[in-house]
Each structure stands twice: as C-alpha cells, then as structure tokens.
Design a protein around this ligand. Sequence first.
Ligand code: NAD
Length: 480
Amino acid sequence: MVRTLQHFIGGTWQDAGSTRLEEIPNPATGEVLAVMPHATASMVESAVAAAAGAFPAWRDTPVVERSRIMFRFRQLLEEHFDDVARLVTDENGKTLAEASGEVRRGIEVIEFACGAPTLMMGEVLEDVARGIDAEVVRAPLGVVAGICPFNFPAMIPLWMLPVALACGNAFILKPSDRTPITAVRLAELLETAGLPRGVFNLVHGAKETVDALLTHPGVRAVSFVGSAPVARYVYATAAAHGKRVQALAGAKNYLVVMPDCDLARTTEAILSSAFGNAGERCLAGSVVVVVGEVADRLVAALRDGASHLRVGAGWDSTTELGPVIRRSHLDRVVGYIERGLAEGAELVCDGRGVTDGRGYFLGATLFDRVRPEMAIAQEEIFGPVLAVIRASDLDAAMRLVNRSPFGNMACIFTRSGRDARTFRTRVEAGMVGVNVGVAAPMAFFPFAGWKGSFYGDLHATGKDSVEFYTERRVVTTRWF
Ligand code: NAD
C-alpha cells in the first residue's frame, strides 16, 4: 500500500478535495514512496484562515514559552534524527551521511531560534525630550509562508520555520512537490512538541498552490528558495501583492585554484564541493578556474578522484554519489554533457551510462579546457558535472568569476594571504571560501547570496532572519 500524504491545516491532517495526485518516486529505485495531493486554492484559503485565527494567541504567548516549544522540537528531532535522515535519503537520493549533515544543520537553526527572547529584544532611549522616552519593540508579522526546493528537504524548511515561529508568526509551509515526505515528518514533530493548532500549517502542491499563497491578502511575507526563474517570479508576484519577500535563487559557483595551493587538500575539497549531494546544491562548486602551471596536475588528481567515486543508493554506506532527483533531471544533465562535447570541451571523466535502468544515476563527470562562453561554464547544471577553465593569473580568474550573473559563492585555494585577501575583497559573491569548498554559513550567519542568486534585502538565517520575520514599532511615551 502506497501512502497518500496529507495537508496539515488548523491542527488537522486532511486530504479531502485534492483532485490532482502525484507519485513521489525513490530516486535510487524508481519505486513509488508516496502519493502527494496538490492543494487547491480553497485549501490554501483554509490554511491562511487557520493561521490567521491562531496568530493573535501565539503572538501573545510569552516569547520564553514559544522558545520552550522550539527546545522540545529540537529534542524530538534529536530523538528521531536517524529516521528523518533516512526519509531525506529515500525521497531525495543523497547519501545518509549527507542527509545527516543537513538534519544537523537544520537543528542548528532551531538552536538559534531558541534564543528568541534575546534575539527579539528592542532598544530604549530615555529622555529623548523632557520627560519623554522612546523605545523600539519587535513585533511578529502575522501569517508568513515558506516555499522550498527539493535539494534539502529537511534543512531548508528549517531555515525558515523555527525563526518565524519563535518570533511569534503563524507559518504555512509549501514543501517541494518532489520531496514532500520529510516535511510531513517535521509537521508531526512540531505537533508533538505542543505547538498550538493552526500556528503551523502545511500545504502540498506546485505552481497553483504557490500562486494562491503569493496572491493571498492574508499572507504578510514569503520566504522562497529555488531556481532563479521561479525566484524572480515569486519575488515580483509577491511584492506586487504587497508582501515582504526573500527569494534565494540559483547559482553557478567558481572555485579558483592558485599555483601555490595545497594540491591534495584542494583536490579533496573540490571533489566534495562538486560531487557531494550529486551536485544538487546551491553551493556546489561547478567551475574550477585554475591559474598557471598547476593545471595539469590538478586535472589529473581530479580525474583520478572523480573516476573512483562510488555511485549507488544513498542508504548503502559505501556510496559516495547518490542518484539525481528525477529521470527528467538526469536527461537534462546528460544534455549539458552532450552540449559540452559539441562546444569542444575535453571530457576527461564521463559519468554517463552507469544507470542500472531503475535509479537516476550519473557518475562524476569532468570537463577540461572549457571556455568561458560555453553553456557548461555559464548555466546552472545542478548535477555531478565539473568544468575546468585555465587562466593566466588571479586577475583573469576573478574577471571570469565576476562576469557571472550569479553571486552565491566563490572560493579560492592558495597559501598566499595576499591573494586570498584580494579575492575576498574583490570577488562578487555573497559567500566566500578561503581553502574551503562549500562556504556554507552556519545558522547564526545570513545565507548571503548576491546578484542573480538572491532577490530581496534580508537573507535567510542569522540576525537577518529575525529582521525578516519581525517588524519594528517605535513607541514614544510621556506620563503627565
Ligand atoms: P524550483 O524553482 O523548481 O522549485 C522551488 C519551489 O517552487 C518548489 O516548491 C516548487 O513547487 C515551486 N515552483 C516550481 N515551479 C514554480 C512555478 N512556475 N511557479 C510557482 N512555484 C513554482 O527549484 P528546485 O528545482 O526544487 O530546487 C533547485 C534550485 O534551487 C536550484 O536552482 C538551486 O540553486 C536553488 N537553491 C538555491 C538555494 C539558495 O540558498 N540560493 C538553496 C537551495 C536551492
């Protein structure tokens, strides 16, 4: 019996009325894990009504009590850590080690949100005029919505909901229509943690469900993470409907390798950046720009490492590279490999053809002598494909990085403090790594994409997220 998922609205699990159903396959086997109903506009209406109804009492709940529920939620996630990680592996395909990593990162955001009593503090200035005091207090917004991508089914909802809830908002989660199962588990754990009915709601679906949220007058703010075209659409549509929006978008991340790098450690970091999570990561290193005479040795080391990565199901502890999310996505990534060949890049490690006929597998793929104008150097592939471009010096390498329309992450590998400093001050990316291949900020820092990788003002996580999920009220007081 394949399970049919349900929406969680007003504290009740329900699916009545969903006419559109979608099968959720396991990317490693093609086997159907669950059936997901798409929420109609009227279900979104019910979710917004439930959230709006629950909001006043939740806003008025002392912040320490809201935090205590987050502490319990955190504890429940620790207790169910392995099952949640396994759900991530089953529906997303990534290895259990990678899934555990993302659950851990998600828990760290809950830990950050547990500090809400401190994070929400305001400011006071006495005697702004004779006998008059002024203060700034933080207030929650009301009903806020989170729309998530498939590549981190646990972590990305957890970038959003702990901070939104701890700050006193009511939340509606719309998980990815490709990985909705983990979100259901998170909702169950929130319910067990004692969150009042209606404060957290979950609706499944895709464009129709998203549109209903973006245009609903009862939704005050929207957090979105996903591809660049959809991020632009979400940002423009939600803003046109008067909402506060943060839209985290796609990426094309460059890793600059200098001739004085530590070759062994650099190679290891690049392999993990490019091929970890099967390349389905907004911080995946996608283009290596190698400077000078180290190029041949680096390409040889990368080819050696890439060709030995073990492809297989995520739950097999020997697997290093899991499947990609869907057969259609596999075909798209293979299409990029064919384009790279047609445009004249040199294929030094070919990951095609490893499929067992059931799972959506692709081995690590490496191109050398890529030119900057090629599609594989410019477009987000979101699969285990790495392109190497050769550059003459650091300036030339940085010009290549900075001409990208994206600006999520850029990394440099060097032993020179001066080159690292030049890079970190001049490179146009919001997350910079120095001898680090995945420069992912921890929960107390913002996830700081720039340029076409982010639309909005306030980023996800860290103090930005507290700013995003609250507004400031200035109170001026005089007592006669
Ligand atoms: P996606 O844009 O296809 O989907 C994201 C969400 O939008 C999903 O919930 C989906 O149901 C919804 N959606 C899809 N099409 C829509 C449409 N036309 N109108 C309204 N809603 C729509 O993204 P994805 O493939 O799930 O995720 C991968 C992308 O997310 C990559 O581009 C990756 O770089 C990006 N990403 C970015 C970050 C970041 O922090 N910048 C983090 C993770 C992933």
